[in-house]
Design a protein around this ligand. Sequence first.
Ligand code: SAM
Ligand code: SF4
Ligand code: F3S
Length: 440
Amino acid sequence: MKAQNTTMQPSFFIETYGCQMNKYDSELIAGLLECHGHMQTTNPDQADTIIVNTCSVRDHAEQRALGRIRSLSAWKKGKKHRRLGVIGCMSQRLGKEILASCPAVDFVLGPDEYGILPRILENGKSMPVVRTRSNDQENYSWIHPQRAPGVHGWIAIMRGCNNYCSYCIVPYTRGRERSRSAIEIISEFENMSARGFREITLLGQNVNSYQDTDHSFHDLLKQLAGIDRDIWIRFTTSHPKDISDQLLEVIANEPNVCPHLHLPVQSGSNRVLERMNRKYTKEHYLALVKKAQKKIPNLALTTDVMMGFPGETDTDFLETVHLMETVRFDDAFMYHYSPREGTKSAQMKETLSQEQKLARLNQVIELQRHITADIKSGMIGQTVDVMLESPSKQNPKEWMGKTPNNHIVVVQGKSGPSGEVIKVKIVELKGITLRGCVID
Ligand code: SAM
Ligand code: SF4
Ligand code: F3S
């Protein structure tokens, strides 16, 4: 529970960059520190310790975090008791280099080293500390994450990644893939159900390779779905090479598993996919999409796609554009390639300038904007389920919520409560926002 520090308890503030896995890890760290008598605060000026949880996936993410960490030296100035820590993927990648470029930092911990955080804070004299050992057994099941109450929560069902896509830093920062035991995940899920969470997202870099003795991912998903039918279940990320027919059956048959697949394609060119070490072809991807759409009515599809990989020709790029026009994703995360030192693709010769990469990126962003708007316009007149989340930012008298396939809807004439599922008729698309009214 975040609170004002009115006691002598040491307090901490966590600032999180990067993916949902980092957000989940920040909840783990909050749980761990609170167990050791520390108190989380939402105000950095009241904190004794600031922890910056960082991302390394692209250079821009690192530069942003480094800029923020440097700026925090002013927060420490003249306050000897204050501590500044850097954790997460950039800590693992850069280790003590962070101390060289940000001298105010007191500790640097990689993603498998969070267990020693309370001891480090108790033993302030031995700082600075840098710990970046990998531990492929660590899955933090011994920590209870500290979640703020709400509608939505995350459960990491696995950590690490074994796929070594040639551009990606994650296998180096997060280590080998490891699955948590199904019993622990089920117990965490039951606990969240009892606390009133209504939407739970299962996390892993490749959830389709989840394996715990007799549980594959589809077994786990099916079992979780039966625990509390009022909880909508989502999951991310699915690797197109590993999705099973059984998983598609579970999504199709379990009413509270949301009909949404986030299926990163990365490129529409087989030549590029091979150099990316993605281990599938465009044909496999398109056939998978067709099969999933046939099995799961009203399936939403989203993707990650990258422009300007080394050697990407005009023809390769046009194949990506063509694939996006063919599939018509509901939405997409779109990036331009950023070389990461130590990955295989960092040794490949870059063939495009930053401007060319950006021009390609802007072209697909524009294309996707039109497709998303088209799909949303097609929903006007439909009646959909919406799970209410919170008052809308523009007009607090209206509430926003999400459909099972992850479209955000602002609902007129309904103020909460959060977590309630209501029938809504979509009446208009205003900018990028769907608006609807309640049906009795
Ligand atoms: N595990 C997921 C998967 O297999 O797609 C995603 C993990 S990654 C953290 C999220 C996205 O970042 C990737 O899907 C990819 O599109 C993008 N990404 C990863 N490395 C990148 C790089 N070096 N440059 C640009 N984008 C990158
Ligand atoms: Fe990175 Fe590929 Fe693993 Fe995703 S599957 S985290 S893109 S190496
Ligand atoms: Fe996530 Fe960034 Fe690490 S995307 S796994 S925090 S490199």
